[in-house]
Design a protein around this ligand. Structure first.
Ligand code: PEP
Ligand code: MG
Length: 588
């Protein structure tokens, strides 16, 4: 029995069987085949080889035009290696003799060559090592490009273990089969982690050595509350895990009684408690758990889960589905927040070097105007049918907000000319999730109809800590006084301008942090559906003056570790029941 520690991102304890997802960049598990599948595997290898040669020929031509024949010669080595009968013969022979997949044969034959070249004293060999790595990766990309189809053949009770997962891959999981996932990479507020919570899927990320420690078919326990995976557990451990699952189900039942109760503090202040969604179907879960509406609809998931670019009709259908379910309750539609860890990098030949600082979110929309206009028209048309607000993500400057708002007005004019209905007074708000917007909150408050604080990004950009990077995960701390001060100022600016301010970052769903937000003046929280009942319980157990005292103390501390320890201890003392469903270990 071995325990792998990672970062807890959702809750639940499950026992399952491992399926290791291949990764063309690093790890390819050994999978054997029945002999009748060998000819097909040889053909796959041949196709991949032909595809890789075609790619390199294209690259060679482009490089020759841009950099000259001499520099472009590097690609001739690649083509030569791929045409070398010795090398490709070894791969084919391995597939045949060991009955293994083409990707495993490629990986192991190239690995042997790379090791051989690396061990030579002659520097000529050393320079070829990275070329061989490159060719190996290219072949694997061809072989594994459509690999995720494999996920359709899984058995029930599967725990997917992968180096990393994109939100699109996670969204495509068959929930009848996949009971949990564990990744080597990732942080608590990566979009894959957010999705795990949205899907109520037990998950552990940032487990660094997970893929190299397991193999297909291994029995594991994923304890998402503690952020651990237990390999090959003994019977008493499995029984304990099953009891834990029952206890968690029991806890959820006790929270049901809160569904129809308002989120009101002990001194009578009504807090609006909304849900964050990625898919229209989640509206039901938000309402079932007692949410007052939707505070954040991450509409980019329409792109992440569709093989084609969504049309105006697709957007409109998704929004009307939400509105029908909401029956008059509010829906804040955030315009697409593509880029960074969502969608665009997977589809570009040349990924950005710093995608979180790159062409992301509103910047992406303002450079892809047709796509943006399509969405705006659909949002506006939906606004005729219910309480719809528009929200722009990642606004960093006033000009950006104005330009986006102007495009909404343009779309309104078009609809007007076409005789199509929309809400002429639709509220246009913005996420405050970049320090520049937080610092300039008073100016933005004169332009925007409402603010929603996105702590996931605000923490990342204020503390210079990549939210998806497990290596710096301990530095990612929303209780950092620098972040708290920004939030205090954003809330103050909103109050002075008399515009609503909410918080829709993941921190709003953490009981200790929610208490801090209330103390800083935030009166609307938008959280993942599963967090609605425990946060409602917290709200109903605290008074605003208590929260204000908590905020005053937390903001006065210089150290973020002291601030988070204080928040945890104080809130736990005041409202111990708010932590009933959470293990002590998950509160790091
Ligand atoms: C945020 O940044 O806090 C947020 C809610 O947006 P997202 O997590 O989608 O980036
Ligand atoms: Mg964000």
């Amino acid at each position: 029995m071995k325990i792998i520690q990672g970062i807890p991102v959702s809750s639940g304890v499950v026992v399952g069987t491992v399926y290791v997802l291949s990764d063309s960049h690093r790890y390819v598990p050994r999978r054997t085949l029945t002999p009748d599948r060998v000819p097909g595997e040889l053909e796959r290898f041949e196709n991949a080889r032909a595809g890789a040669i075609a790619d390199i020929n294209d690259l060679h031509q482009a490089a020759e035009a841009e950099m000259g024949a001499e520099t472009a010669k590097i690609f001739l080595f690649h083509v030569g290696a791929l045409n070398d009968p010795n090398l490709s013969g070894q791969v084919s022979a391995k597939i045949q003799s060991d009955c293994v997949t083409a990707e495993y044969a490629v990986s192991s034959v190239f690995r042997a060559w790379i090791n051989l070249f690396s061990s030579k004293a002659d520097p000529t060999f050393a320079t070829k090592v990275s070329d061989l790595e490159d060719i190996r990766r290219r072949l694997l990309d061809h072989l594994l490009g459509a690999r995720f189809d494999d996920l359709h053949d899984l058995s029930p009770g599967t725990v997917v273990v992968a180096r990393d997962l994109t939100p699109s891959q996670t969204a495509a999981f068959d929930r009848d089969k996949v009971v949990a996932f564990v990744t080597d990479l990732g942080g608590k507020t990566s979009h894959t982690a957010i999705l795990a919570r949205a899907l109520s899927l037990p998950a552990v990320v940032g487990a660094q050595t997970a893929t190299e420690s397991v193999e297909d078919g291994l029995t594991v326990i994923v304890d998402a509350d503690r952020g651990i995976m237990i390999l090959d557990p003994d019977t008493p451990t499995i029984e304990r895990a099953q009891r834990e699952t029952e206890r968690a189900a029991q806890y959820q039942l006790t929270l049901r009684e809160l569904v129809d109760q308002p989120a009101i503090t002990t001194d009578g202040v009504r807090i609006q408690l909304l849900g964050n969604i990625e898919f229209p179907g989640e509206v039901d879960t938000v309402l079932e758990r007692g949410g007052d509406g939707i505070g954040l609809y991450r509409t980019e998931f329409l792109y992440l889960t569709s093989p084609v670019v969504p049309s105006e009709k697709t957007h409109f259908a998704a929004y009307t589905e939400c509105l029908k379910k909401l029956d008059g309750k509010p829906l804040i539609i955030r315009t697409v927040d593509l880029g960074a860890d969502k969608y665009t990098q997977e589809r570009t030949r040349i990924p950005e070097r710093n995608p979180f600082l790159g062409l992301r979110s509103i910047r992406y929309c303002l450079q892809n105007l047709d796509m943006f206009r399509t969405q705006l028209r659909a949002v506006l048309r939906a606004s005729a049918l219910g309480d719809v607000k528009i929200m722009f993500p990642l606004i960093t400057s006033i000009g950006e907000f104005r330009q986006a708002r102007m495009l909404v007005h343009d779309a309104m004019e078009d609809l007007h000319e076409e005789g199509i209905d929309y809400d002429k007074d639709i509220q246009i708000g913005m996420m405050v999730e970049v320090p520049s917007a937080a610092v300039l909150a008073p100016a933005f408050a004169r332009e925007a109809d409402f603010f929603s604080i996105g702590t996931n990004d605000l923490v990342q950009y204020t503390l210079a800590v990549d939210r998806t990077n497990e290596r710096v995960a301990p530095l990612y701390n929303p209780a950092h006084p620098a972040v708290t001060k920004l939030i205090r100022d954003i809330a103050r600016a909103a109050r002075r301008a008399q515009i609503p301010v909410s918080c829709c970052g993941e921190a709003a769903g953490e009981p200790d942090y929610a208490a801090l937000l209330l103390g800083l003046g935030v009166r609307t929280l938008s959280v993942t559906a599963t967090d609605i009942p425990p946060i409602k319980r917290l709200i109903r157990s605290l008074s605003i003056p208590q929260c204000e005292r908590i905020a005053k103390k937390a903001i006065s501390l210089d150290s973020e570790t002291e601030a988070s320890a204080y928040l945890r201890d104080r809130t736990r003392k005041l409202v111990p029941q708010a932590f009933d469903g959470r293990s002590v270990d998950s509160q790091g």
